[in-house]
Design a protein around this ligand. Structure first.
Ligand SMILES: *[C@@H]1O[C@H](CO)[C@@H](O)[C@H](O)[C@H]1NC(C)=O
Ligand SMILES: *[C@@H]1O[C@H](CO)[C@@H](O)[C@H](O)[C@H]1NC(C)=O
Ligand SMILES: *[C@@H]1O[C@H](CO)[C@@H](O)[C@H](O)[C@H]1NC(C)=O
Length: 372
């Protein structure tokens, strides 16, 4: 009962958050956090109010007999249990309406893959017990992030390997069954494919239709990214393919948060708003922007500027709407006064005619005077 109420309140809060975002003109931003200690804490990251999703980067070792390992670089040493204190940060993010996901994979290609469907099932159970609602025997003591229950799992798989579709199905079935007490909550599956379509590493997994959020990396890929010459053609045709291929997912435009953050594909915030967002935000499943990464975003101020420009755009929209409303009100008032004037004058005129009818033009007969 209590849980049901919480669920309703959480949904209302999320709806209010979404409405507030729409009202302020902001766009949902997903960001990767965890690979550079100088980016600040997870709590600070969520506290900026800039982000709707934070992907913890990365569970970079797993599969084929490897012991899974969370690597949060200089933030904390998960292997020694030192990241368990992040539970409080996760809770602070979640209470601010920010969803926190575990991102698996990353750039450390060679540190992970899956060898079979049962390997995928074992990894799903490990993730469930250690980061989500599971309380099975597979959990480490302490859990890597203490008692934090994350909001879902992000697949940032950068090396082709089979069985990620099996992993998506195994996770989905754990999500559907709920925890040991049968309690269910909404967990999301996310993925970060590269923009060449279909993605070599994630195409099969995405084909399951089980992913809720897909942030496509429109960087490090000249054939489908924004060209520094200002040409949006390649990005547009790739985006249209991605958006059409994922009707049941929300699709994000993945970008570097500064020119240093990737080998190519950077778009400055002004150009993003004037040239690129108009190309992507028409898709019914457009969800927002994904940024690599919090570290670069903190240094460049990219998302501060982006949200600022969008806020200004929406203020202008609102003030031009306000002007429109004023014009309409004035217009209606003028029309009303005119109408009243016409009605009154025609009434007076009518009365006058009845009182003293004017001679009919061209009439030779004198006007009949009504008998008094
Ligand atoms: C981490 O961020 C700092 C500050 O922006 C930067 O100087 C440093 O090169 C980054 N380290 C890595 C490993 O990216
Ligand atoms: C997975 O990685 C292991 C260890 O590096 C390797 O022996 C195996 O061939 C890889 N399997 C696949 C399917 O890539
Ligand atoms: C937003 O508008 C304010 C007030 O007009 C202005 O000072 C600011 O520079 C604008 N920001 C951007 C990013 O355009």
């Amino acid at each position: 009962m209590m849980f049901g109420n919480l669920y309703i309140w959480a949904s209302l809060l999320l709806a209010a958050h979404a409405l507030a975002a729409v009202a302020s003109g902001a766009v949902d931003i997903a960001v990767y956090w965890g690979q550079n200690a100088s980016e600040g804490t997870l709590r600070e990251t969520c506290g900026t109010g800039l982000y709707a999703y934070v992907n913890l980067a990365f569970l970079s070792t797993f599969g084929a007999g490897r012991a899974p390992l969370l690597d949060l670089a200089g933030h904390c040493d998960a292997a020694s249990g030192a990241c368990a204190s992040l539970a409080a940060d996760v809770a602070s993010c979640q209470s601010a309406g920010v969803k926190v996901l575990l991102s698996i994979g990353g750039g450390a290609v060679g540190g992970y893959n899956l060898s079979s469907p049962s390997d995928a099932q074992a990894l799903a159970t490990y993730i469930w017990d250690n980061f989500l609602g599971g309380t099975g025997a597979g959990a480490s003591t302490p859990r890597p992030l203490g008692d934090a229950v994350l909001d879902g799992v992000d697949f940032d798989i950068e090396a082709p390997s089979p069985h990620y579709d099996d992993l998506a199905r195994s996770l989905t079935s754990l999500f559907t069954n709920g925890d040991a007490a049968g309690r269910k909550r909404k967990y999301v599956l996310a993925a970060a494919p590269q923009c060449p379509f279909p993605d070599a590493s994630l195409g099969t997994a995405l084909g399951t239709g089980l992913f809720d959020l897909v942030w496509v990396q429109f960087y490090n890929n000249p054939p489908c990214q924004y060209a520094s010459s200002g040409d949006v053609t390649n990005l547009r045709s790739s985006w249209e393919q991605w958006a059409a291929s994922l009707p049941s997912a929300t699709v994000f435009l993945g970008l570097p948060a500064s020119p240093d953050a990737a080998g190519g594909g950077f778009v400055d915030a002004d150009t993003l708003v004037s040239e690129v967002l108009p190309v992507v935000e028409g898709a019914a499943n457009f969800g927002g922007v994904m940024l690599w990464s919090r570290s670069y975003d903190k240094d460049s101020g990219f998302s501060v500027k982006l949200q600022d420009i969008l806020q200004n755009r929406s203020d202008q929209g609102a003030s031009s709407n306000k002007k429109k409303r004023i014009y309409i009100i004035v217009g209606v008032a003028v029309a009303g006064v005119l109408l009243l004037f016409v009605v009154i004058s025609s009434f007076l005129c009518h009365k006058k005619h009845r009182g003293t009818p004017a001679p009919e033009e061209g009439s030779t007969t004198p006007p009949k005077i009504a008998p008094s």
